[in-house]
Design a protein around this ligand. Sequence first.
Ligand code: NAD
Ligand code: TYD
Length: 356
Amino acid sequence: MILVTGGAGFIGANFVLDWLAQHDEPVINLDKLTYAGNLETLASLQGDARHMFVQGDIADSALVTGLLTEHRPRTIVHFAAESHVDRSIHGAEDFIQTNIVGTFRLLEAVRAHWSALPDAEKQAFRLLHVSTDEVYGSLAPDAPAFTETHGFEPNSPYSASKAASDHLVRAWHHTYGLPVVTTNCSNNYGPFHFPEKLIPLMIVNALAGKPLPVYGDGMQVRDWLYVKDHCSAIRRVLEAGSLGETYNVGGWNEKPNIEIVHTICALLDELRPRADGASYTTQITHVKDRPGHDRRYAIDARKLEAELGWKPAETFDTGIRKTVQWYLDHPDWVARVQSGAYRQWVQTQYGAPATA
Ligand code: NAD
Ligand code: TYD
């Protein structure tokens, strides 16, 4: 069995769904259910004995220790984090608490558990820490993409907190021998993405007839990866990654934000034309830029490809089409996430605290 943290969030939930579609190995899913955690994303696993959901905090050492002792997972995949840059700019406290203190407490609980395991289990044990390309900072327009040896230059409270967690994970390997691997991935997109991030926000706002808020000139570049490709990379690193190593994960899809927004508008013009016949591009509005906005991220994923043979399955064109279609097909998921009704659903379904 494996333990996933943050498995009710965007990437964690996609990972759990993909894992159980491919394996019968059970998953314990530990998630605090912050605003970003949504059990409705996992509704298809209702009644599936292979999925055990536990509502709780990674910083709750007693809870984590209890789960490790009771279930003896062979692997931990650590997604749980505060993940939205704009929220971190408005208030960094939760980011420090979960991303740094929470990761520290998780590492300590795991270290105590792992140290006491019999040799065979100890050898097989893995903790995979899921991180971001944002720890490397911002690239000049013509600079080469981030490799794993690029220095850490985080610029936002979010990326600084993730960089700190990466350092902790590295140190727990170096000092205590904890068997860890870290992945640093570029921007993800795909199904179940909370509509506060660029791609789902633009789709949802476009369909609601609202403005499409592009920060500044819209020429900031991000490197986009379809979420299921991130999940396959994590599975591959779990299978064959070298202990203590970091692996960059990316899809070689650098795009300026404004181009992303135009692509989404073009797909919606094709798939769900506006009643008045106008293009969704008429809803684009340039708004005040994000403070300290990183200009460019780009991932060099050659190590993962050369050493572990991983490649993304989707191009940006295929992935973004699937994503837009998914949002068109799931208006109820979007409505409930936005209205907060899914929280009532959690209470109704699981009571308080929500455990199933
Ligand atoms: P998300 O915000 O959608 O989900 C985070 C999940 O963690 C939520 O379900 C939330 O309830 C849970 N959580 C938060 N605090 C917790 C705590 N203290 N204890 C237990 N659970 C807690 O984030 P995401 O986009 O799915 O990102 C998952 C991971 O991947 C993060 O570590 C993030 O830094 C990393 N990452 C994200 C991207 C991206 O583009 N979204 C890219 C690279 C790396
Ligand atoms: P986001 O999805 O928040 O991811 P990150 O900041 O972690 O890369 O934003 C992606 C890019 O889109 C980033 O350059 C900020 C920009 N952006 C907008 O222009 N408008 C928006 O409303 C949002 C949410 C983001």
